[in-house]
Design a protein around this ligand. Structure first.
Ligand SMILES: Cc1cc2nc3c(=O)[nH]c(=O)nc-3n(C[C@H](O)[C@H](O)[C@H](O)COP(=O)(O)OP(=O)(O)OC[C@H]3O[C@@H](n4cnc5c(N)ncnc54)[C@H](O)[C@@H]3O)c2cc1C
Ligand code: SF4
Length: 627
C-alpha cells in the first residue's frame, strides 16, 4: 500500500503505533476522546468497526456521545455548491434545516484579499500548505489537509483536493458554468460507451434556467445543440490576446465564443455588478460572483430556519431498526468530542468522495457494507475531467505596451467542443479554456522561470529587460475532457488507516483508459497548431504516449463525480433519478456523486441544478406527507 500525501497517517492496526497518533499534530486530546470514535453507539450497531489492536480498544469504554434532543426536518452535510443549494431551497420551502460543515467560518467581506498586492506580503503571494493556489486565495484546504489523510492503491494515483470552510470550494472555483447538453445524458445510446442517465436534458433544463436567473451567468446564445443556450447576462469584451486567439481559431475552423461564467456583468438580485478586478479566486468582497455563502447561504440564513454548525466533521449517518436514517453523528474538530443530531431527512453534500466515504462508514448489522450500498456501487464509477495545458510564447505580444486587460477573474472567450467524435479515434469531446496576457500584477513564481523564454535565465538589468519583454507575451490552452468511467477508478474504505478524528479514510484506485489518452493526444496537437497559427512557439515539447501525452493525474482537475451514481436499477446504482437512496428513502445526495457520466462541461453548474431539483422534490414529498 502506498500511503498518499502528507505526514499524518493514523493506523488502526499494525505496530509500532503511537498510542494517540493525533498527538503528533500537537492539537490532539487524550486518547479516550480521539479513539472514542470506535465506541459502540446504538447497542451493538458499530461493533464490527471496533479496531483489533489493543491500544485502540483501550479507549472504547471512555467515549460519550453528546446527543441533541431537537429533531430537525433536514440535516445537510456540507455547505458547498450542493449543500448551499439544498439549504436555500429547503429553507424557502419552510423546512427547519441543520447544516454540518467540517470547516470553519469565513466572511468574504472581511477576510477576502481581493485587493491585496503581491508586494504587500513578504511571500509575494506564494502558495502555503492550506492555500496551494497562492496565499491570497479564497479557499482554505488543499491536496494535503492536516489530520485528514487518504491512501492510494500501489502504483496508482488520485489527487484529492478538499476545502475546509463554509462554502467549500465555491469560495475560489473558476466560475466556469456550463450546462450539459442532450447528448451528454445519453452517451451509451449514442456510442455504446459508459451508461445513460435515467434523466435527460429536458428534465433538468427548467432548473438550469432557474439557476441562471437566481445566480447570474454571462454568456452568449449561440444555438449549438449540445452546448445549450441559457438566460445570460451580457459577456465582457474579449481582451487583446483573446482576440488574437479567436483569429487563429477562426482560421483553423475551431469554434471560439464568449465564455460562460457565473459572474455578474449587471447587478442582479441585490448583488453588485463585477468591477473587473480580475481576482475571483480570492473571493469577491462585493458578492459579484457565485459562492455558496454569498448567493445561497445568506438568503437561507435570512429565513431564520437555517442553523449552521461549523467545525463539525460528520462521521456517519445514523439509522434505526427499520433502516431509516435518524440523523448524523459528527466530531467537533475543536473539542474532538462526538455529537449526534437528529433529523427526519439527511442530505449528503460533502462532495462526491466525502459523501461516499460517509455512506461506506455508516455500517450496521442491517447495512454491513455501508448505508445505501446494497448494490456495492458506492465509491465506484469515480471520474474526473481529463486535463492538460500547453503554453506558447507569441512574439507579436512581446515588448507589449501596457494596456487595459481588466475583466473578470477568468477567460472572456472559450472553445466548446467543435468536432464529431464519430470521425475521431476517441469517443468523447473536450472544451478549451484559454488564458494569457498581462492579467493581474506579477507575483511569486511569475512566468514559471524566465529561462523558459530566453534559454539562459539571467540577473540584473538583462533579467529586468527580459521580464519587460516577455511578461504578457504568452497564451495557454487547457483542455478539459470527458473521462469515461472505468473498472479501476474508484474509492473504498482503507481498512488500516483512520484520520485524526478516528474516522476510517478513503483509499483510491485510479487510472485513465485508452479513450482519454487518445483524447489527450488530440488536445496536444490542437493547442500546438493554434500556437503556431499565432506565429508562436510552444514552451514544452510534445509529450509521448508513455507519459499519456501530458494528462494530469486523475483528480487533479478537481471535477470528481460519480461515486453514488443515479439509475433506475437499484442493483447497479445508489440513488434514483431524484438523487434519493434506493435503500433508504430519507437519504439524498446533493453533490457530484449521482453523476452517471462526467461530460467535459465542468460539473458544478449541473451539481447546482440537480441539487435544486432534488431539494424541490424533497419539499414536495414533505408537503405530500410521503417523507
Ligand atoms: C481551484 C478550483 C477551481 C474550480 N473551478 C471550477 C469551475 O470553473 N467550474 C466548475 O464547474 N467547477 C470548478 N471547480 C470544482 C467545484 O469547486 C466543485 O465541483 C464544487 O465546489 C463541488 O461542490 P460540492 O458541494 O460537491 O463540494 P464542496 O464545494 O467541496 O463543498 C463540500 C463541503 O463539505 C464539507 N465537508 C466535507 N466532508 C465533510 C464532513 N464529513 N462533514 C461535514 N462537512 C464536510 C467541506 O468542508 C466543504 O465545505 C473548481 C474547483 C477548484 C478547487
Ligand atoms: S473580478 Fe469581479 S467578480 Fe471577480 S472578484 Fe473582482 S469584482 Fe468580484
Amino acid at each position: 500500500m502506498i500511503l498518499s500525501r502528507g505526514p499524518t497517517f493514523f493506523y488502526r492496526a499494525g505496530a509500532p503505533r503511537h498510542p494517540n497518533a493525533a498527538a503528533a499534530l500537537g492539537t490532539a486530546p487524550p486518547p479516550a476522546q480521539l479513539l472514542g470514535a470506535f465506541a459502540p453507539r446504538n447497542g451493538s450497531r458499530l461493533s464490527h468497526t471496533l479496531p483489533k489492536n489493543r491500544d485502540l480498544t483501550y479507549s472504547v469504554t471512555a467515549m460519550q456521545i453528546i446527543r441533541q434532543s431537537k429533531t430537525y426536518d433536514v440535516c445537510i452535510v456540507g455547505s458547498g455548491a450542493g449543500g448551499g443549494m439544498a439549504a436555500k431551497v429547503l429553507c424557502d420551502a419552510g423546512a427547519d434545516v441543520l447544516m454540518l460543515e467540517a470547516g470553519g467560518p469565513w466572511d468574504v467581506e472581511k477576510d477576502s484579499k481581493m485587493s491585496a498586492w503581491a508586494y504587500d506580503s513578504p511571500r509575494r503571494g506564494a502558495a502555503t500548505p492550506d492555500r496551494p493556489f497562492g496565499e491570497f486565495d479564497g479557499c482554505i484546504g488543499g491536496w494535503d489537509v492536516t489530520g485528514e489523510p487518504y491512501t492510494q492503491a500501489p502504483g496508482e494515483r488520485f489527487d484529492w483536493f478538499r476545502a475546509r470552510m463554509v462554502g467549500g470550494r465555491t469560495n475560489h472555483w473558476g466560475r466556469i458554468s456550463l450546462r450539459m447538453g442532450p447528448d451528454d445524458f445519453k452517451g451509451r445510446s449514442l456510442d455504446g460507451v459508459g451508461d445513460d442517465w435515467p434523466i435527460g436534458y429536458d428534465d433538468i433544463k427548467p432548473y438550469y434556467d432557474k439557476l441562471d436567473r437566481l445566480v447570474g451567468i454571462f454568456g452568449s446564445n449561440e444555438g449549438i445543440r449540445n452546448e445549450p443556450d441559457g438566460v445570460f447576462l451580457p459577456p465582457p469584451k474579449p481582451r487583446c490576446y483573446e482576440l488574437m486567439i479567436k483569429q487563429a481559431a477562426d482560421t483553423l475552423g475551431i469554434t471560439c465564443i464568449p465564455s460562460r461564467l457565473s459572474i455578474l456583468t449587471k447587478p442582479l438580485n441585490g448583488r453588485a455588478a463585477c468591477h473587473y478586478c480580475g481576482q475571483c479566486g480570492r473571493g469577491c468582497a462585493t458578492h459579484s460572483n457565485f459562492s455558496s455563502p454569498s448567493v445561497l447561504l445568506a438568503p437561507a440564513l435570512k429565513t431564520g430556519r437555517l442553523r449552521i454548525i461549523t467545525n463539525a466533521m460528520a462521521r456517519e449517518v445514523t439509522t434505526d431498526e427499520s433502516g431509516m436514517a435518524t440523523g448524523v453523528s459528527y466530531v467537533n474538530t475543536k473539542d474532538r468530542r462526538d455529537y449526534a443530531v437528529r433529523a427526519r431527512i439527511v442530505v449528503l453534500a460533502a462532495s462526491a468522495c466525502e459523501s461516499a466515504r460517509l455512506l461506506l462508514n455508516s455500517k450496521s448489522g442491517r447495512f454491513p457494507d455501508g448505508l445505501a450500498n446494497s448494490s456495492g456501487v458506492v465509491g465506484k464509477y469515480l471520474t474526473d475531467s481529463t486535463g492538460l495545458t500547453v503554453t506558447g510564447y507569441i512574439p507579436k505580444l512581446a515588448n507589449g505596451v501596457a494596456h487595459n486587460e481588466d475583466g473578470v477573474g477568468g477567460m472572456h472567450l472559450y472553445m466548446p467542443w467543435w468536432l464529431d467524435n464519430k470521425k475521431l479515434d476517441f469517443p468523447r469531446g473536450y472544451h478549451v479554456e484559454l488564458g494569457g496576457g498581462r492579467r493581474g500584477a506579477p507575483g511569486y513564481g511569475i512566468m514559471g522561470g524566465i529561462q523558459r523564454f530566453n534559454g539562459v535565465g539571467g540577473y540584473g538589468k538583462s533579467l529586468k529587460d527580459d521580464y519587460r519583454k516577455y511578461y504578457g507575451a504568452t497564451v495557454y490552452f487547457s483542455g478539459r475532457g470527458e473521462m469515461v468511467p472505468n473498472e479501476k477508478t474508484s474509492c473504498e474504505i482503507d481498512p488500516n488507516v483512520v484520520d485524526a478524528y478516528g474516522i476510517p479514510v478513503l483509499r483510491f484506485h485510479a487510472g485513465f483508459g485508452n479513450h482519454e489518452i487518445l483524447q489527450a493526444k488530440h488536445m496536444q496537437e490542437t493547442f500546438r497548431e493554434i500556437i503556431h497559427e499565432m506565429g508562436g512557439t510552444p514552451l514544452s515539447p510534445m509529450p509521448s504516449r508513455a507519459s499519456e501525452y501530458g494528462l494530469e493525474p486523475v483528480g487533479r482537475i478537481i471535477h470528481e463525480v460519480g461515486t453514488t451514481r443515479m439509475g433506475s436499477n437499484p442493483q447497479t446504482s445508489v440513488v434514483n433519478a431524484n438523487c434519493q437512496a434506493h435503500d433508504v428513502k430519507n437519504v439524498f445526495v446533493a453533490d457530484g456523486g449521482p453523476f452517471v457520466s462526467n461530460a467535459h462541461k465542468n460539473c458544478t453548474w449541473t451539481i447546482l441544478a440537480l441539487a435544486m431539483r432534488t431539494s424541490e422534490y424533497i419539499a414536495q414529498q414533505r408537503n405530500q406527507g410521503t417523507l
